[in-house]
Design a protein. Structure first.
Length: 94
């Protein structure tokens, strides 16, 4: 029985891998939108989940010219807390 791939074959079978640079503001906004679906308690945890999903899509993706794994460490250390709090206040205001 052959395995079924619902999209393009994975990269090890010659499929496409995505690459590009995303601003962290977009990642935080995506995390805010998908926060309820992710069942995360905080927006910071949801940002970590979105970054993990980006890592699964392609290692060539960077966040503000920073590799994803480094961006995850910076989120853990609190370098993007002001941006996360800004988006949280925008959500609460609406």
């Amino acid at each position: 029985m052959a395995l079924y791939y619902p999209g393009p074959y994975p990269y090890w079978k010659g499929g496409r891998r995505h690459h590009g640079d995303l601003p962290m503001k977009v990642i935080v906004e995506i995390a805010a939108i998908s926060m309820a679906r992710n069942h995360s308690e905080t927006l910071k945890a949801s940002v970590q989940q979105v970054l993990g999903a980006c890592l699964g899509v392609g290692e060539e993706i960077t966040i503000d010219k920073i590799p994803i794994k480094e961006a995850q460490e910076l989120v853990k250390q609190g370098h993007f807390d002001s941006m996360i709090k800004e988006v949280e206040t925008e959500i609460k205001a609406t």
